[in-house]
Design a protein around this ligand. Sequence first.
Ligand code: MG
Length: 181
Amino acid sequence: MYNEKLKVSSDIVAKAAREALERRGVTINDIAEIVYEMQYPYNNGLTINHCVVSVERVLNKREVQHALLVGIELDELAEKRMLSQPLQQLIESDESLFGVDETLAIGSVLTYGSIAVTTYGHLDKKKTGIIQQLDSKTGQGVHTFLDDLVGSIAASASSRLAHRIRDLEEAGESIVGRDKI
Ligand code: MG
């Protein structure tokens, strides 16, 4: 049962999620580059800064923070060989039929709708940008969850941008010359 006395403040959770990403060597810019790659064909005037802002907004979502904390913790515990068997081996080997890493990632993109879901699927196949590095780091740490989490943040930030840009267009405005959208 939920214990009110053990409530964790949102600031602590948000900070821990960002620190976890940083500790695992993933920067906001790394994720923004994937977002740019996904969205620039559709949006004239899109800048990397627009993508950074969108990633920041996605990282403010509790659902995303929680997914990051759970997934990164499991990767780290697997690296330290602290999980019980057979889970240890499933995560450490990045067993292709495991699927819980993808399920967690998909769960966290649902807030951002169908564009986020389809973009996540695309990134999962193509392994764009830093996702490729994380996915192929065999023997240098466990990133079973991290590659999917990075894909999910990039997919959510892409979907957010697509919707925001349409809103601007319909208001007779444009992203050109705007810092934040
Ligand atoms: Mg994975």
